[in-house]
Design a protein around this ligand. Structure first.
Ligand SMILES: [Zn+2]
Length: 500
């Protein structure tokens, strides 16, 4: 039996049951098998009325507070979220004679390379986004009300209570953006010229990766990931990981992992794909699935784990697909250098998006007088593209559904990814993923995660202040890769949604 603080002990099994119920409902919804309407506890409920969040904060148990606050918001926002979901399912735009929802358009935009069709998708996305905007604003208002009732007059105050380190990471993100901007914009111009994109748009980076298709004769993604996992000595875990690889209407186009009742019931959803990024993402999700099955004895082990560490582990595993020795062994082919660079660029783009979002969001939470103008300026500076003022709230709403400060967790995870890779290499050698020490080295990591280490302890061992920025990224020496998009969803609850 796992150990939790006294104030939580009497609630553990009820929390586990609630988690399983909600995660299962979300799994069904995200795989196109049901609606996202779990049966929730009725009436005033100590589990989700916010009192446990405040108790955890009083005790300085920040990881538990971070987990409990997710339950508080999920339950408080059940109706607001259901209203928004209904809109998201019913507001559509036509592309090529088919009516597509926002989610379907985003999935489609990842695969369309034809210029005329791309322009059509872009117009449709803008149209659907515009029509969803009012619904997103209503959701944000409901969120703000719930947050105020928890006793936090501003969102920045809640974020700082949960993440006292946030301001140091905002500075880190700003410095990283400054240090990497010129090289990033140059690379992007290079890809645009190469792929013939004349009008710069945010979606271009996805298309760069969409062209990183594996050569004929490569093994399938699921088979190669399973053989990798078996080689690491986690074959027994595969029996506890339910995989849904069927394409069905309403199913999320992105792979995800959902710990419904870890370690016994963990699920991975995926759809067919042939790009290198698809393989990387699937290995990322199986990284979560291994952590949740091999690395936990009770769901509460995850409540203690810093979510940035969970994500960073997935990011770390993704990089393995870039290694030619792994490709030869598990795909039966090697992937050309251009495909690897395409994936690396797309990942750097996502990292940049996350760092930009962290700076933007905290400025807004701290009361920036003109968020829309700030949003437009940030994107122009960091990506060289023009964005719609109205979209300033869209991404924030999606991130807030996941966590009170999702970009912070992702920004930390990107930095931690380097740390974890080096840790594994230190323990099992530079080709740690190819040897018999891989499994034991990963199990040791899981044990440290469950012990409750924070992001800063990993990044700054011995209490040294957060390291200065080296402009580290996808292209430095020994660097390898990560997933398709930030995943939105409670880390110990599900990974069932991805940001647009
Ligand atoms: Zn993940």
């Amino acid at each position: 039996m796992t150990t939790v603080p006294g104030y939580l002990a009497g609630h553990v099994e009820d929390l586990v049951a609630l988690q399983a119920r909600v995660a299962h409902a979300r799994w069904l919804a995200a795989t196109g098998q049901g609606e996202d309407h779990p049966a929730l506890p009725e009436g005033p409920n100590r589990l989700t009325d916010g009192r446990l969040v405040l108790l955890a904060l009083e005790h300085g148990d920040l990881h538990y507070a971070g987990e409990l606050v997710l339950w508080y918001f999920r339950v408080r926002l059940t109706e607001a979220t259901a209203r928004l979901r209904l809109l998201q399912r019913t507001v559509t735009a036509e592309v090529g004679g088919r009516a597509l929802t926002h989610g379907e358009l985003v999935a489609f935009s990842r695969t369309v390379t034809d210029d005329r069709r791309r322009a059509e998708v872009r117009v449709a996305l803008a149209d659907v986004g515009e029509r969803l905007r009012e619904g997103r604003r209503r959701w944000l208002d409901a969120y703000a009300e719930a947050r105020a009732e928890l006793g936090f007059p501003t969102h920045a105050a809640l974020v700082r209570a949960l993440h006292p380190e946030v301001d140091r990471f905002v500075i880190h993100a700003r410095d990283w953006l400054d240090a990497t901007r010129a090289a990033f914009l140059r690379r992007w111009d290079g890809w645009r010229a190469r792929d013939g994109h004349s009008a710069p748009a945010m979606g271009d980076a996805r298309l760069v990766a969409a062209r990183a298709v594996l050569p004929e004769g490569a093994g399938g993604a699921l088979a190669s990931v399973r053989s990798t996992v078996r080689e690491w000595g986690f074959g027994g875990c595969l029996e506890r990981i339910l995989v849904d690889d069927v394409a069905r209407p309403g199913k999320s186009g992105a792979a995800f992992c959902s710990p419904v009742a870890p370690p016994a019931d963990v699920r991975v959803s995926t759809t067919p794909g042939t790009t290198l990024g698809h393989y990387a993402t699937l290995l990322h999700e199986f990284g979560h699935a291994l952590h949740f099955t091999a690395g936990t004895r009770h769901p509460a082990d995850l409540w203690r784990t810093h979510p940035a560490l969970t994500e960073a582990f997935g990011f770390t595993l993704e990089r393995v697909v870039r290694r030619p020795d792994w490709q030869r062994r598990h795909l039966g082919v090697t992937v050309d250098a251009e495909a690897v660079e395409r994936l690396a660029f797309a990942r750097e783009h996502v990292r940049r998006l996350v760092a930009t979002s962290l700076c933007f969001e905290m400025a807004v939470h701290d009361g920036h007088p003109d968020p829309a103008a700030k949003y437009v300026r940030s994107y122009e500076r960091e990506f060289g593209v023009t964005v719609d003022r109205g979209a300033a709230w869209d991404r924030m709403q999606t991130y807030l559904e996941g966590k009170p400060c999702y970009p912070l967790v992702y920004h930390q995870a990107f930095a931690l990814r380097e740390t974890l890779w080096e840790h594994l290499a230190g323990r099992a050698g530079e080709r740690w993923y190819a040897g018999s020490d891989a499994g034991p080295a990963m199990r040791e990591l899981f044990a440290r995660f469950a012990a409750g280490d924070g992001a800063e302890e990993w990044l700054s061992p011995g209490g040294v202040p957060l390291g200065q920025v080296h402009g580290e990224g996808e292209f430095g020496p020994g660097r390898a890769g990560q997933p398709d998009e930030p995943v939105v969803g409670g880390h110990a609850v599900d990974h069932a949604e991805r940001a647009p």
